[in-house]
Design a protein around this ligand. Structure first.
Ligand code: PHE
Ligand code: ZN
Ligand code: ZN
Ligand code: ZN
Length: 304
């Protein structure tokens, strides 16, 4: 609110555009000086004058989609769910956030095609995560309302949101600690579902086995696993960092630059193809694939 802004205005008539400097940021009306004009014509009359600018809050509603597919084989009573959000913020293409996770789970689905898993594997590409986890929330609420038994059939949920950050860390969701800040479930605040610790351990075990350092990141519900842990479904996942700043210790562990954001282009127009560290994304995709295969074969570590 109250931020100073430069506004390019355009009346829609040829030549009717110019530049004003003023304070905007909230709905309302301000009168501001005209500081420059790009065309003469009618607007030339405004040079050195003032214009009144009105900012309004506009809302729109639009439809979004979840795309869900499931293996044709395996125990449907013990399903391993794997998800990534397919939408981005309007500011940019969202290639790291979250083309990276979406591509990773697509690669895993392709690799599974034609194989037979012990458990069913169900993939979800979520819509509208950036508008408040809307897609995953809808999915879980819909099952709760219409087919509660099918929630019981989900043994665990694995989430991949931002796994190709240019200045990446190799972070695993911290499933052996309480979700913080607490996630609200139907019966009040929830803590990390018990099996989440085993999922975290499975990721660290994979990284250890290939000689890569791994760290931990908040298990706060700030992505599509939130609605699942709110239902008590053990969950986990990977993350290479967003707007946070890489520490000196993390740079020693993972490489990259200390004092710089993991993803400088987080939620920005520059989150384009050049914003992904391909090698990092491959390491994270391999880890995701290894953990999906492990639980597709057995979820005993998670549910005892
Ligand atoms: N969900 C966040 C987004 O899409 C990214 C994020 C994931 C941030 C996990 C923190 C932890 O913008
Ligand atoms: Zn985002
Ligand atoms: Zn995201
Ligand atoms: Zn931990």
């Amino acid at each position: 609110a109250g931020a100073s802004a430069v506004l390019i205005f355009n009346t829609g008539l040829p030549g009717e555009e110019g530049v004003v400097a003023g304070t905007l940021g909230e709905p309302g009306t301000v009168t501001v000086p005209v500081v420059g004009l790009s065309h003469a014509a009618g607007t030339a009359l405004l040079a050195g004058g003032e214009v009144t600018v009105t900012a309004q809050t506009v809302s729109e509603s639009r439809q979004s989609f979840n795309v869900v597919v499931e293996t044709g084989t395996g125990d449907p009573g013990n399903s391993v769910m794997v998800g990534a959000h397919l939408d981005s913020v309007p500011e940019g293409a969202g290639i790291n956030d979250n083309g990276s996770g979406s591509a990773a789970i697509l690669a895993i689905a392709e690799a599974l095609a034609g194989t037979e898993t012990t458990n069913t594997v169900r993939f979800a590409w979520w819509g509208a995560e950036e508008f408040g986890l809307r897609g995953s929330q809808h999915y879980v609420e819909d099952l709760r309302a219409n087919d509660p038994g099918s929630l019981e059939n989900i043994a665990l949920y694995l989430n991949f949101d931002m796994i190709g950050s240019p200045n990446h860390g190799r972070f695993v969701y911290d499933g052996d600690h309480s979700a913080f800040p607490p996630v609200q479930g139907p019966e009040g605040p929830v803590t990390a579902p018990e099996g989440s610790a085993a999922i975290e351990a499975a990721f660290h075990e994979h990284f250890g086995s290939v000689g890569l350092a791994s760290g931990e990141t908040e298990f706060s519900g700030r992505s599509d696993y939130g609605p699942f842990i709110a239902e008590g479904i053990p969950s986990g996942g990977l993350f290479t960092g967003a707007e946070g700043i890489k520490t000196v210790e993390q740079a020693a562990l993972f490489g990259g630059r200390a004092g710089v954001a993991y993803d400088f282009c987080y939620h920005a127009a520059c989150d384009d193809l050049a914003n992904v560290d391909v090698r990092g994304l491959e390491e994270m995709t391999d880890a995701a694939a290894a953990v999906v295969s492990r639980f597709a074969a057995s979820t005993q570590d998670v549910d005892g």
